[in-house]
Design a protein around this ligand. Structure first.
Ligand code: 5AD
Ligand code: SF4
Length: 471
């Protein structure tokens, strides 16, 4: 048994790591043939992509996916720690699963992902959820088949969570959710330590994949007909710093663009180490999509300082303006936290002023949620929940108004859309995303999923556009 440990997770010793290849223990191949699984994924794209790896490993073991957890032989929760409500959702699900387990003792239940990296969560599981069969963390995802099998064979709770970085494992199998757009990890972990954020503890230190491994994965995706790749990392801007002297995200983006991948995206970029080289490359290659996620978190310098964000409102706006200039029409989205400890009315007004300047195309807005073991959790929080809720409401009113305003500018224009399928709400329409990452529902006949088509935009809503197929 390996348990998560907060002290270990805080250490940032330079641990040499290797790149090794994934290998399934051959005795496990199809061992669970005839069994079914239900996998529930919470959180960010990194977790979604981890689930694509988990699904492939389950397939190797012989499991088949089912839509309902009530009939599955294995239930696995891939969890998120970012805010308290992500925690509550996972524990709520565990509550429902407990009832099933009472009537079906052979049901196998497991937890993985970011919550598994939390010492407090695992303590609680060991005390109150002894019926949970296994837990593994973000660093040993590739070992999932062995952990599951050990829990089943030994019939006792198996917890294998490491709080230090392990090797980078290449060639982990993957069953991608889509056949036309794909996630590609380029860097794991985060060294930024924003004071509110749990990620540096749950995902470890920054470790880049070798560029040849990234480029090979993308080449294989292109050979299979993929139209879009999204490069993933908690902070993609740090790509390469741990491996190379002079090869970073700018160079990697340039190399991928030259491979003629039709659509390239990347998330998430910290405004602090967004280099001029990256900006230049974004300006140069039309296949790097004009849509950048640039989390600002707050518009008040004193709050940014307390958050440990390493930039000021002024330097953020300078970067924002450079991006708008280098790529006319670029859509910029953001994340904003309201009610950070000590946020005054004046500070909140600074955030509103910044939002009014930036007129974001999309924004994810949150009330600050204290995370155990992070520095900000110890800050004096003198902002009441009512005030935080009012600020969130007020902020949402302002951001929504700009989403609509920006969308209206596209009415009458022709946009390139990557077709994803029939619209879930309007079955007679298709849906897809523009280059600037806006959702479009559009009319048309016999359109192939995964193709890039031209759509005339006919109407704008706050969260989406309407259009008609043009060609
Ligand atoms: N409370 C609220 N929001 C948070 N985020 C990260 N940590 C917290 C927290 N403790 C938000 C940030 C980040 C996004 C992924 O989640 O805005 O950019
Ligand atoms: Fe949630 Fe962050 Fe973990 Fe993603 S990396 S699942 S956002 S805690």
């Amino acid at each position: 048994m390996h348990l998560p440990n907060y002290k270990e997770a805080k250490k940032r010793e330079k641990m040499p790591y290797q790149t090794v290849d994934y290998q399934l223990n051959s005795s496990l191949k199809n061992k669970y043939q005839g069994k079914t699984y239900f996998l529930k994924t919470y959180g960010c794209q990194m977790n979604e992509h981890d689930s694509e790896n988990i699904k492939a490993m389950l397939l190797e073991l012989g499991f088949l996916e089912v839509e309902s957890y009530e009939v599955a032989d294995l239930i696995l929760l891939n969890t998120c720690s970012i805010r308290e409500n992500a925690h509550n959702k996972a524990f709520g699900m565990l509550g429902r699963v407990k009832h099933l387990k009472e009537t079906r003792p052979n049901l196998i239940v497991g937890m993985c992902g970011c919550m598994a990296q939390e010492e407090g969560v695992v303590d609680e599981i060991r005390k109150k959820y002894q019926w949970l069969n296994f837990v593994f963390g973000t660093h040993n995802l590739y070992d999932f088949p062995n952990i599951l099998d050990k829990a089943v064979e030994e019939k006792k709770q198996t917890i294998e969570v490491y709080s230090c970085d392990l090797d980078i494992v290449e060639n982990t199998p993957v069953v991608r959710d889509r056949t036309y757009k794909a996630y590609v990890n380029i860097i794991y972990g985060c060294n930024k330590f924003c004071t509110y954020c749990i990620v540096p503890y749950t995902r470890g230190s920054e470790r880049s994949r070798k560029r040849e491994d990234v480029l090979k994965e993308i080449k294989d995706l292109m050979d299979s007909g993929y139209q879009e790749v999204t490069l993933l990392g908690q902070n993609v801007n740090a790509y390469g710093k741990d491996l190379y002297e002079d090869y970073g995200l700018g160079e990697l983006l340039g190399d991928i663009a030259k491979m003629k991948v039709p659509r390239i995206r990347f998330v998430t970029s910290h405004p602090w180490d967004f280099t001029d080289r990256m900006i230049e490359v974004i300006g140069k290659y039309p296949n790097i999509m004009p849509s950048i996620h640039l989390p600002v978190q707050s518009g008040a310098n004193c709050i940014l300082k307390k958050m440990g964000r390493r930039y000021t409102k002024e330097s953020y706006l300078e970067l924002f303006d450079k991006l708008k200039k280098v790529r006319p029409g670029i859509a910029i989205s953001t994340d904003i936290i309201v009610g950070f400890p000590g946020e005054s009315e004046e500070d909140f007004k600074d955030t509103l002023d910044l939002v009014k300047y930036c007129k974001y195309d999309n924004a994810f807005t949150f009330i600050y949620s204290p995370r155990e073991n992070t520095p900000a959790a110890k800050f004096l929080d003198n902002v009441s929940l009512t005030v935080k809720e009012e600020r969130l409401y007020q902020l949402n009113e302002v951001v929504n108004q700009y989403f609509l305003e920006n969308n209206k500018k596209l009415v009458g224009k022709y946009e390139k859309v990557l077709v994803e399928g029939r619209s879930p709400k309007k079955k007679d329409m298709y849906f897809g995303y523009t280059e600037s990452n806006k959702l479009v529902n559009f009319t048309g006949d016999h359109i192939s999923v995964g193709t890039i088509v031209e759509v005339k935009i006919t109407d704008a809503k706050t969260w989406s556009l309407d259009g008609e197929f043009y060609g």
